[in-house]
Ligand binder design. Structure first.
Ligand code: ZN
Length: 274
């Protein structure tokens, strides 16, 4: 059982129904501890205005989604990613985020060279760290499920993320999302390897059987096959005492419902299924 008072709303969970402003009000109304906005919703509301509303609502920010997308087919693309990531750090600072979540990018466009992607990701994070360390914004690598290796993230395991952290040093850690890592036989060993210092965020939802869409069919906690309490216990055994960020992309189900019902269900499932 997870403490529902430590729940954070990743705004993707109700993004079809609510604007960011409505998400902030909804979090306050349902006594969520925190929010984790996506940058497109942040831009729509205006960063300064959103920061003020979040502060006034008494919410913390478990993370900003997202920076990254480091891989590109040419120098101009790499430069564009670098500039955008610098802006993402500034936005994360403006809203007081605990970390900036990195979805690192897939195989460089037009190639079959995933190894080149890995190198671009490592170089991209290294370049970003020069600024993020100065301003004190932790970067959280989010390993994604391997089904996204081609187009979203070529870092797909906790081991790969830990290896990157070993080489990159201070200022970078990991966002553990149960949806992406639950299947990995090394998961628990790699959580121990990461330890308290590296675990910057903990995202929850569930893996449905069958999964009908690769992106937009995530389940509510308790509705799928992931042993979320076991993963939470492992993360907390390392000393992680941060927030439980609920992140559910669900075009057919949860995005079709009354968002207040979604919020209420999330809080109930924290007790029964997280
Ligand atoms: Zn996530």
């Amino acid at each position: 059982m997870a403490d529902p008072r430590k729940t954070s709303l990743n705004t993707a969970t109700v993004r079809q129904q609510w604007s960011l402003e409505q998400c902030i009000e909804g979090c306050a109304r349902h006594s969520f501890a925190a929010i984790a906005p996506w940058r497109d919703m942040l831009a729509e509301m205006g960063v300064e205005r959103a920061a003020r509303h979040i502060r006034d609502a008494g919410l913390s920010v478990s993370g900003l989604c997202r920076g990254g997308m480091f891989t590109a087919s040419d120098a101009a693309g790499l430069r564009k990613a670098r500039d955008d990531n610098r802006r993402a750090i500034d936005e994360a600072l403006a809203i007081g985020a605990d970390c900036l979540v990195l979805v690192v990018g897939g195989v460089p466009g037009g190639s079959r060279d995933i190894a080149a992607g890995w190198t671009q990701v490592e170089n991209g994070i290294a370049a970003m760290l020069e600024y993020s360390r100065q301003v004190g914004m932790p970067l959280a690598i989010e390993p994604l499920h391997p089904m996204y290796a081609a187009d979203r993230a070529c870092v797909n395991t906790m081991r790969h993320a830990n290896d990157l952290c070993d080489r990159l040093g201070e200022g970078v850690g990991i966002a553990i999302d149960v949806y992406h890592v639950w299947w990995d036989p090394e998961l628990f060993a790699q959580i121990r390897r990461a330890g308290k210092k590296r675990i910057l965020a903990f995202h929850v939802c569930d893996w449905l059987v069958p999964t009908r869409d690769l992106l937009l069919d995530r389940g509510m906690m308790g509705d799928g096959v992931v042993d979320i309490p076991a993963i939470r216990a492992a993360v907390e055994a390392e000393g992680f005492d941060g927030l439980y960020e609920v992140e559910i992309f669900s075009a057919q189900n949860w995005w079709q419902r009354d968002p207040d019902e979604v919020m209420q269900t999330v809080l109930e499932r924290m007790i029964t299924s997280v």
